[in-house]
Structure formats: C-alpha cells, structure tokens
Design a protein around this ligand. Structure first.
Ligand SMILES: [Zn+2]
Length: 183
C-alpha cells in the first residue's frame, strides 16, 4: 500500500535539528519521519542544517540520544584515493560494539564491518540482533542483523551522518558511526 507522506514544515525541521526541547512530541514525530519513513527530502534538509559544523551535530536534539564511540584512525591512506579506516569501539547497554569504518573516497562509499558481543563477555557474540543504519539523509535498504558470530556488514553513500541502531524499535540504543571524520 502506498501512503502519502506528511512532511514536517521547514520550521519544524529547523527546530528539531537545533533547539527543540527533548520532551516535545514533535521531536518523536520528526524522528519517525526520518528513521521510519526515511524521507530523503527532509533528511537532506536536516543534513544541510547539521553538516555546517561538528558542534551542530553534537548539540542536535535529533541526535542527542546517539552514543559517541571512541574512535581511532587505524590506517592512513598514503596514495591518492586510498581508503582510510576508522576503528570504533563502545559499550551499548548489554552489548559491546566493535566497528571498522572504511572510507572509500573514490567510490564515494562507506563500508561498516563489525561485531556485537555481550558486554563483559568479550568473545560471546550476539547473534541475530536487528541492526538499522540511520542515515541523514536516509540510505535505502539499510537494515540487517548480526549473523551467528555476531558479525555484520553494511554500506552506504559517503555524504551523510550515520548512526547504527542496535535492536528493533525507535528507542533501541544508537551509536554514531559516521559524522565525517575526515574533516
Ligand atoms: Zn519529508
């Protein structure tokens, strides 16, 4: 069934991206529009508002719940067009997440390869955990799940802000996996 999307107004998007109170119900409505409806038009508007500065990303009510992992650039490209890798590690409630982000500049693509394990039981994988890559703007076909080894692989276009949500539902914890760290 094809549904007609009801888009938030430009003012609504600006408020949610910048100053809205976290308890305002509009915030959840806009999150749903971006994360469930995956509206590319509104996502592009929000990306335009946030990508101006890292500070804007860090302060945005839309991303306030996102967990910021420790990240390290594990390999620096020395050739023109070479890929750079970022290793992200963090604990997320009952889980531990380890992600390698490969920045493929020439293909304008990001590849996320990682593993989810039980926190405190480092080699015990979390199998069949639903994963959702939240993109601003939205990436198409970005849902997956961990395999029997707790491992997963995802890719997306390079231009955007990305969070990886661990588990089903809008309230599942989300980890910032790309905010344009090459800058
Ligand atoms: Zn929209």
């Amino acid at each position: 069934m094809i549904q007609t999307l009801t888009h938030p107004t430009h003012d609504d998007l600006v408020r949610c991206a910048t100053t809205i109170d976290l308890s305002d119900p509009l915030l959840m409505r806009v999150r749903r529009h971006l994360e469930v409806d995956r509206c590319e038009t509104c996502g592009t508007t929000v990306h335009g508002l946030l990508s101006r500065s890292v500070r804007a990303i860090h302060r945005s009510p839309l991303l306030r719940r996102w967990i910021r992992p420790l990240h390290a650039r594990s390999r620096t490209g020395t050739r023109v067009g070479a890929a750079a890798d970022y290793q992200l590690v963090c604990s997320v409630g009952p889980f531990a997440l380890d992600v390698l982000v490969r920045d493929c500049e020439t293909e304008r693509e990001l590849r996320f390869v990682g593993q989810v394990t039980h926190a405190g039981r480092i080699h015990e994988p979390v199998a069949e955990l639903a994963l959702h890559l939240i993109g601003i703007p939205a990436a198409p076909a970005d849902d997956t799940a961990t395999d029997q080894f707790g491992e997963f692989a995802l890719s997306s276009a390079r231009d955007g802000i990305y969070g990886l949500r661990l588990g089903a539902g809008l309230d599942a914890p989300c980890v910032m996996v790309w905010e344009g760290w090459e800058a």
